[in-house]
Design a protein. Structure first.
Lengths: 346, 346
DNA sequence: ATGAAAGCGCTAACAG
DNA sequence: CTGTTAGCGCTTTCAT
């Protein structure tokens, strides 16, 4: 049986004053006498009074809560984004509720409904891979609850967005491979129905074109996970013995590819140089350390929440939506370092 | 300007019936005629009516929300715990609000207050490293809001707890090193003011004693992070050349130690075998793959939320608190595999 | 300087 | 079968 939560009513009764006086005293309203104020505040402290956020929010029709829907919290990238979001949200007095879709459309719909029911002031969303219909997101915009999409955006809904310049990052990665002498560069790519798959392939192709390296469709392998890379790399390299560089769509694919290459007795970077995408913590742990494209999760979180809070607090603003594009940097490490002979290798 | 959120009042007005009828129709109350029910439900759907959880929660004095306070979401272990928590919470119709303390006491206090204000039905807490005073947690118990501590528990407060058997895990790790022939086993340990530091050292010592290996205090090195291991390992091994095995307090320390050992031209596992603790994803990526003690984050989340929901839904239960101890398993991989010569090594 | 009363959205006696 | 009413905790006119 839950003990009675102490309310302003209790304080009022004990002090023999009205609830409105208590309410005002608590908010330091100028009309209230110093005596009353101190009486109220002391008692409140003594009784460990905590304002009931539910009642407050109901009254104000504002929850100071922002909802986040992400695919999976266990991915380093997404947990970094959350850290960015929380850091500024807390500073501005907002709470953050994080929901995971687990890459499931159904769960995403449920998450959206829960956030809607809880009347969050705004939402930050990175769309699940399995989501093809976006009406559950439209419910937010219909209620004029602002959305900011980040990383995995929804192209159909007009809102603010924060994305990584995948094409540019992929260009940098490929350009880097070319600059160290690679001429037969493979791309381990993600499915083309995903925007990152498209963007990173496009950047790869643009770099080839710009440096007049002939494009060979055989060098594009659909392979975007550690498991896939373990399964496919060796056969791929055997059938394409001339490959001297690989740009993989993400770090774990790149690392697995690298490890399979090493298993074949080849040297990274001297025989085949490898570049990933993401710059997760594993890039530093693997040997040789992985060159990669920096995907700034924390910064993405910051930008997304800033856009959202701006929308929330300037509701009258004209409907204008911006897309922030984070341009990633190339981080060159040992897996593409063909000069320094000291780099450890199998 | 937020568009009017549609309420049961709106539905009532449109249909020319009372709000209570609408309320009852929506909950499929037996008293209501089928005609009315379908009218109400259709209109609700058409208008995209969403119940206002705030009002509901205020009324019921129950939020169906559970709060989680963790040190850092970016740690794989903690994000696994959250996944476990969420999976069962959602099944039972609870929402989860995750707060990060960032290992800061002040932030932890703020988080606790926010959860209190939002009248969560219960809390799951893993204590920040910098927390020495626990009164902010007592506010929960004072209000009879159940707490379950997990992993980093608060010894001062009587509640349910879920912990890993650190001592047992450390014993297994050390025993394993002994079983493959190690006789001079170093322990890279965490500060002894942390419970994990104590427990893992104790397990190490018990294994030595049980197998009659003399204890050498010089073989205990305070070193519990990648950075520390990079800095200290080489000197340590130089001054203790006889070391043939290392049990490190966590995986990243173990991996960094392993890499420094390799840098010295020594072989892992043949010269020095290494065992970590945690079984994060990096253990599979490093070469050789790291033997480690499995720390079951997801299971810990499951157990913690189950205990909590039980307390929440059986409020009348006698005050009895249980501590669930998860006994970790040893995962033997290449870093301790001295038989299989095929294991890749520098 | 303080109080009374209405209302945020919803539910649940109680009354027909 | 349906409506009326009170109240969850709080703020805020409007009185006094």
């Amino acid at each position: 049986m839950k003990s009675h939560q102490i309310t302003i009513k209790d304080i009022a009764k004990i002090l023999g004053i009205s609830v409105s006086t208590v309410s005002r005293a608590l908010k330091n309203h100028p009309d209230i006498s110093e005596t009353t104020k101190s009486q109220v505040n002391e008692l409140a402290k003594k009784l460990k009074y905590e304002p009931n956020a539910l009642a407050l929010n109901l009254r104000r029709n504002k929850t100071n809560t922002i909802g986040v829907i992400i695919p999976e919290i266990v991915h380093h990238f997404f947990s970094s984004v959350i850290s960015g979001i929380e850091d500024v949200a807390y500073d501005q007095g907002y709470n953050v509720v994080v929901c995971q879709s687990n890459e499931s459309y159904e769960r995403e719909v449920i998450n959206a409904q829960a956030l809607l029911s809880n009347r969050v002031d705004g939402v930050l969303i990175s769309v699940s891979k399995t989501t093809l219909d976006f009406n559950h997101f439209r419910n937010f915009t219909n209620q004029e609850i602002p959305i900011v999409f980040f990383d995995r955006i929804c192209p159909e809904i007009m809102t603010d967005r924060v994305i990584t310049n995948d094409e540019g990052g992929a260009f940098l990665a490929t350009e880097h491979l070319i600059s160290i002498g690679c001429r037969k560069i493979a791309h381990f790519s993600a499915p083309q129905n995903l925007l990152i798959g498209q963007g990173r392939l496009a950047g790869y192709l643009r770099a080839l074109k710009q440096f007049q390296i002939p494009y060979d469709p055989n060098l594009i392998l659909y392979c975007d996970s550690r498991e896939a890379a373990i399964e496919k790399t060796i056969d791929f390299i055997k059938s394409n013995a001339e490959v001297d560089g690989i740009f993989a769509v993400n770090d774990s694919t790149a690392i697995a590819a690298m490890q399979m290459i090493q298993k074949m007795g080849k040297n990274v970077p001297d025989d085949i140089a490898v570049v990933g995408f993401g710059d997760g913590p594993i890039t530093l742990i693997v040997n040789p350390q992985l060159s990669t494209v920096e995907q700034k999760g924390y910064e993405m979180g910051l930008e997304a929440i800033k856009l959202l809070l701006h929308k929330i607090e300037n509701e009258t603003a004209v409907d204008s939506f911006q897309t922030k594009v984070l341009t990633p940097l190339l981080i060159a490490r040992e897996s593409t370092d063909r000069l320094k002979k000291g780099s450890a290798n199998v």
